[in-house]
Design a protein around this ligand. Structure first.
Ligand SMILES: Cc1cc2nc3c(=O)[nH]c(=O)nc-3n(C[C@H](O)[C@H](O)[C@H](O)COP(=O)(O)O)c2cc1C
Length: 421
């Protein structure tokens, strides 16, 4: 496997400009600005790259939408809000590979015709902010940013915006609200940011990891990129292994790798040596995969066939002996806390779900209450301004389906089987 992003294994130091250029850094930009943006757009389209911020939307398609808008003022935003529990992949890229991220952003701006770009960075990430800031200064001094980028007629200004510590502040339209000086509240869609984004102008918002792939795809070509990963979802991806495996952290592997290989070969298996009861393969809004389905390929379609999702590749592993009631109660309360309150139906739904899981947890629940969960989800689906409204349902319904005995025990006894004795 050939790493595309984490090209310096074992080193967490920020990659200096000279070192990045030694790997071919900024060659893609220097070549791209000598050709029409159309060439760049079609390269990204042909690569099949999908966004790494969770939804997996085709990057070329998003850029094409923004590029085809007649408006002359356009923007690019790199989303490093990263408030997903357990996620650190964007921080790793911003801290250790700031020039790779920056070159991806500059290329995106050239492709769509933007002259301003914003790096939106989690406000806890002081080091990442400092490294990006230094990269902006270095790239400007080297002529890759500012007026006449790489000797062309293209101009670009890049600045950093601090992102609030709220989960919903990473949702793309809430990101735009924050950059405009408002609170992190999602906007009603349509219009989508590609037609009316920052200050009402066409805007591309992509995840930090998504941008980091761009320079190498442009330099080595879309066919090379398609040599790893799957036909529907080419390339590698950053997977985040949780703290209960022997080697936790961020690893770059081809999309389509088996969940078992990811956990056992790259994570070293569970540190406790216990059996795996279940896995959330794609963050807190994905559905649980049972311990008997670990050979599933980590890709959108195979995971969807099991009712789950790839998300941002943030794994959570539930060990034998852990109780799913406690786990989903934590998840339901997380989404209740993070619902911004702007859409009454989302607030109502997430509060009701958290109430049900708490009552079941405390032995005051019933099977009838659990049966309400999919109904609440179906009623609320698509009725909020953002996707948060649908997020708590997959983990809850999958846990109830896979581990009914955990829920039945709590309903009867008011505590976990694990806590007995
Ligand atoms: C509640 C919520 C939180 C989100 N948080 C993030 C985030 O922290 N980072 C991110 O890149 N995308 C996040 N997203 C997804 C963004 O809305 C958007 O789809 C993404 O930035 C697009 O980038 P991509 O196409 O490169 O994946 C979030 C979405 C929702 C609904």
């Amino acid at each position: 496997m050939e790493p595309i992003l984490l090209t310096r294994p074992g080193s967490a130091d920020p990659q200096p400009l000279a070192d990045y250029q030694g790997e071919g850094g900024y060659e893609a930009l220097s070549a791209a600005v000598k050709r029409l943006p159309e060439h760049l757009l079609s390269t990204i389209e042909r690569s099949g790259l999908r966004g790494r911020g969770g939804a997996g939307f085709p990057v070329g398609q998003k850029w094409r939408l923004a590029a085809s808008e007649a408006e002359t003022q356009k923007y690019v935003v790199a989303n490093g809000g990263e408030d997903e529990p357990g996620s650190a992949k964007d921080r790793v890229l911003m801290e250790s590979y700031p020039h790779r991220v920056l070159e991806g952003v500059i290329l995106a701006a050239y492709a769509i015709g933007a002259h301003e770009a914003v790096l939106y960075v989690n406000s806890l990430y002081d080091h990442a902010t400092a490294m990006l800031d230094r990269a902006i200064t270095e790239a400007s001094a080297a002529g890759f940013l500012g007026a006449r980028v790489a000797g062309s007629a293209f101009n670009l200004a890049v600045r950093i915006q601090s992102a609030p510590q709220e989960y919903v502040a990473g949702e793309d339209s809430a990101v735009l609200e924050v950059i405009e000086g408002g609170p992190p509240l999602p906007r009603e869609k349509p219009p989508f940011p590609t037609s009316a984004g920052l200050h009402g102008k066409p805007t591309v918002v992509n995840n930090i990891e998504t941008f980091a792939f761009i320079p190498t795809i442009v330099r080595r070509g879309p066919d090379w990129f398609r040599g790893q990963g799957t036909a529907d979802n080419p390339g590698t991806m950053l997977f985040t292994l949780p703290s209960n495996v022997r080697s936790p952290g961020v690893v770059e592997l081809p999309i389509g790798i088996s969940l078992r290989v990811l956990i056992e070969d790259y994570g070293g298996g569970l540190a406790s040596g216990k059996a795996i009861k279940a896995v959330l393969p794609g963050g807190p809004s994905s559905a649980f995969i049972g311990g008997t389905d670990l050979d599933v390929a980590m890709d959108r379609q195979p995971l969807a066939a099991l009712g789950s999702a790839l998300g941002c590749g943030i794994l959570r592993i539930i060990e034998a002996g852990e109780c799913l009631v406690e786990v989903v109660d934590g998840i339901a309360h997380f989404f209740q806390k993070e619902s911004c309150g702007q859409c009454p139906i989302c607030q109502m739904e997430t509060q009701a779900l958290a109430r049900i899981t708490a009552q079941v947890r405390d032995g005051q629940g019933s099977q009838q209450m659990l049966d309400q969960i999919p109904k609440l989800g179906a009623f609320a689906r698509g009725k909020g301004f953002c996707g948060l409204i649908s997020m708590p349902i997959p983990p809850l319904t999958s846990a109830i389906r896979l581990f009914p005995e955990d829920f039945a025990y709590h309903i009867e006894h008011g505590h976990c089987p694990a806590s007995e004795g």
